[in-house]
Design a protein around this ligand. Structure first.
Ligand SMILES: NC(=O)c1ccc[n+]([C@@H]2O[C@H](COP(=O)([O-])OP(=O)(O)OC[C@H]3O[C@@H](n4cnc5c(N)ncnc54)[C@H](OP(=O)(O)O)[C@@H]3O)[C@@H](O)[C@H]2O)c1
Length: 327
């Protein structure tokens, strides 16, 4: 018998329940992971609220955690019992003491990286990997705008951009977040709650604007993000923290300078175990080299049974960097 978080219907953070359950045997290609730290991601709030609806209730939640392998299915080749692993993109249910995960979603965790650092950085770091190396290849010296730069994905992006020699302008909603983003490597910041985003980007770039904008805020920043782009620039719209972008009139891309827009997801980029291993290795190398640091303050480490409180914190915009759930 173990415990996990479930929800019986979509709704606010209060729908999350702490319930006992039986840990089944693994299917042929599954591993059972005993969790030491669980990643909290903004996408979990979309699943809970119903923005991304689930197919059946009660439903588990979460898709990322780090821990040790305590069971393997009969056709598992990548892992053995006792291995330290981290995974993401699993089926829903990572908010749990144990989770059954297909072996294709996990990688071996290097000894030098703690379970907590791994759970705080794997999904978010792989996201930055594909955004900076695959969606658009960020170049040394290139200037880019990255919204929510002091968030979980954002602080990793600030550090990764610096490691690549790029000049990241971080969009944030407060001065304390601006400071945090600059400490992490942002070249400059703008305060989205006070400043005209496009005007500030224009000032910072001597009127040149930027070739690429990474926008996970969505509805609230869509228009301004387009206005920050150079002719034929690329808007990478990869999240909906303020609500989804809908009803787009394509003519606007013509009017604002023959722009490009893409709406990517991690699932569409890292689709094989080999790609996961490669992207994971790139992230782990940067962490081990000290170029990406992912410590999570005690105030953002929540007991797993307090997932409701953790979701309230994340949605209130008061967190910086990553949050964890600890079983
Ligand atoms: N497509 C993909 O592959 C992919 C993968 C991973 C994550 N994502 C997206 O990346 C974003 C960041 O994820 P995360 O887990 O690291 O979360 P996070 O950045 O730690 O938290 C979300 C941040 O969004 C900003 N925000 C702006 N408007 C908001 C609003 N109305 N309500 C709440 N927050 C608002 C807040 O920063 P400020 O207060 O500074 O504005 C907040 O801290 C999310 O949108 C997520 O969906 C996409």
């Amino acid at each position: 018998m173990a415990n996990r978080i479930e929800f019986p219907q979509h709704g606010g953070p209060e729908v999350l329940r702490w319930v006992p359950y039986d840990v089944d045997q693994p299917m042929e290609t599954e591993i059972i992971v005993r969790h030491h730290a669980i990643g909290l991601n903004y996408i979990d709030t979309y699943v809970r609220s119903g923005l991304y609806p689930v197919s059946q209730f009660p439903s588990g939640l979460g898709s990322e955690a780090a821990g040790e392998v305590v069971g393997v299915g009969s056709r598992v080749t990548r892992f053995k019992v006792g291995d330290r692993v981290v995974y993401c993109q699993s089926g829903l249910g990572a908010y749990s003491e144990y989770h059954h995960v297909d072996q294709s979603k996990a990688v071996i965790l290097p000894e030098a990286i703690s379970y907590q650092s791994a759970a705080a950085s794997f999904l978010k770091g792989l996201t930055v990997y594909y955004l900076f190396h695959m969606t658009h290849k960020v170049q040394p010296g290139e200037t880019l705008l990255f919204h929510a730069a002091a968030g979980g994905v954002g602080l990793i992006a600030c550090q990764w951009a610096k490691a690549l020699g790029a000049k990241l302008i971080g969009g944030v909603s407060s001065e304390s977040k601006a400071q945090r983003a600059r400490e992490a490597g942002a070249w400059a910041t703008l305060n989205t709650s006070k400043e005209d985003i496009a005007k500030r980007v224009s000032e910072l770039t001597a009127g040149q604007k930027v070739p690429v904008v990474y926008d996970s805020v969505g509805k609230a920043t869509w228009q301004a993000s387009l206005d920050c782009l150079q002719p034929r620039g690329l808007l990478v719209s990869f999240g909906n923290a303020s609500g989804p972008v809908t009803g787009v009139d394509l003519a606007i891309l013509n009017q604002k300078g023959s722009l490009f827009v893409t709406r990517p997801s991690l699932n569409g980029y890292l689709t094989t175990p080999e790609q996961l291993d490669q992207a994971g290795a790139a992230l782990f190398d940067l962490i081990i080299a000290g170029k990406i640091e992912v410590s999570v303050p005690a105030s953002q480490q929540f007991s797993l049974r307090d997932a409701t409180q953790a979701h309230r914190a994340l949605e209130s915009r008061t967190t910086t960097g990553a949050c964890l759930l600890i079983p």
